[in-house]
Write a protein that binds this ligand. Structure first.
Ligand SMILES: NC(=O)c1ccc[n+]([C@@H]2O[C@H](COP(=O)([O-])OP(=O)(O)OC[C@H]3O[C@@H](n4cnc5c(N)ncnc54)[C@H](OP(=O)(O)O)[C@@H]3O)[C@@H](O)[C@H]2O)c1
Length: 329
């Protein structure tokens, strides 16, 4: 079978390739074999291949934080899962045609075929958006938040989940052409320029938001923090600019701002199985009712992984790059 692998860290489209690897074989009693239908390429996958993510894995390594697939075999001791079931994969190393994993590492899903690809992208970004919306500041209907990289998959999910809860959003992007589409998705305010940002935000929100969600860091984190109301929290969850997070000490001291970080892997790692099931059941409900719908810019075959990775690394995409390792869905 085919899998994506890399045996040295470097630019993703140079370091990773499509390799022939042994079939995973029959499942043990507590395992299932999953035919992978689709996986997205996320910024964290690119960082993993570049050797810049949380920890460097042993090489050679197959990346892939999430995927959706269909069970083809179940171990003798597996309950509640059967051949033909669609599942989300909760563990990593998913960029392959087949995965053999513990039954506890999958979540069964029920969906119409036209929404299946959304489940390939449900584990990471929608969950990140949902948890950041509720873990740091108690926001109520009518409250404001501000975020940057607002046209990212996480950004879109923040906009849609906030709108559903009546929370209003100020969204910072780096292209004028995104203003209209983001407003059509439910964004209340979309701003392009960092110059004069706090004045515009103060005017729009009447006092400033209490939550800022930052994936960019650098000067952008500083400008977002400037917009916050007294006691506000800036949550960083990404390193898109490659710069350190910036914050003024007098804002921490006199305006009582705080700066903290969110990492989904840690939060999920501390959650009991029932909490994880309940989180994804809630998010699946949002997929089913159309609240959550992440854009897809292009799909690729696994043999074209280098082109797919190069595409995923480009600026100005209109959605995610997905790989369909067993052919078109
Ligand atoms: N901490 C966590 O647990 C966690 C979980 C999920 C995601 N993340 C992080 O969240 C971020 C977004 O992920 P995603 O999958 O939603 O992204 P995505 O859909 O792949 O989109 C990437 C986004 O990043 C923007 N961008 C790239 N470089 C930028 C820069 N230097 N300055 C400003 N914007 C920049 C792009 O803007 P353009 O369209 O203008 O190019 C685009 O909006 C990433 O940093 C990712 O690592 C973190």
């Amino acid at each position: 079978m085919k899998a994506v692998q890399f045996d040295a860290f470097g630019p993703a489209h140079e370091a990773a390739c499509c390799a022939d690897v042994p079939d995973p074989g029959a499942p043990a009693d507590d395992e299932v074999v999953v035919e992978v239908i689709a996986f997205p390429i996320n910024p964290a996958d690119l960082l993993t291949i570049e050797g810049k993510y949380a920890a460097r894995p042993p090489l050679p390594y197959t990346p892939g934080a999430e995927a959706v697939g269909q069970i083809s075999q179940t171990g003798a001791g597996v309950d509640g899962l059967a051949s033909g079931d669609h599942v989300m994969l909760l563990s990593r190393e998913n960029w392959a045609q087949k995965r053999k994993v513990k039954a506890a590492e999958v979540l069964k899903i029920q969906t119409q075929p036209d929404r299946l690809l959304q489940y390939a992208m449900l584990k990471v970004n929608p969950a990140t958006a949902a948890l950041m919306l509720r873990e740091y500041v108690e926001l109520e209907s009518g409250d404001w938040l501000i975020q940057d990289a607002a046209n990212s998959a996480v950004g879109h999910c923040v906009i849609r989940l906030a709108r559903k809860a009546g929370i209003r959003t100020v969204n910072v992007v780096r292209r004028e052409s995104l203003v209209a589409p983001l407003k059509a998705s439910g964004a209340d305010v979309v701003l392009v320029d960092l110059d004069g940002l706090s004045g515009q935000v103060s005017e729009a929100t009447g006092g400033g938001p209490r939550l800022a969600i930052d994936a960019v860091a650098g000067d952008t984190s500083l400008r977002l923090a400037e917009c916050l109301a007294e006691g506000g929290v800036l949550v960083n969850y990404g390193m898109l600019s490659g710069e350190p997070c910036k914050m003024m000490p007098d804002w921490l001291v006199f305006r009582r701002l705080s700066l903290t970080g969110f990492w989904l892997a840690r939060t999920l790692g501390q959650m009991p199985r029932a909490g994880i099931e309940s989180l994804y059941a809630e998010l699946a409900g949002h997929v089913q009712d159309g609240t959550l719908a992440v854009g897809i810019e292009a799909t690729y075959d696994i043999a074209e992984i280098k082109s797919a990775l190069a595409h995923a690394g480009q600026q100005g995409r209109e959605g995610k790059i997905l790989v369909l390792p067993n052919g078109q869905v």
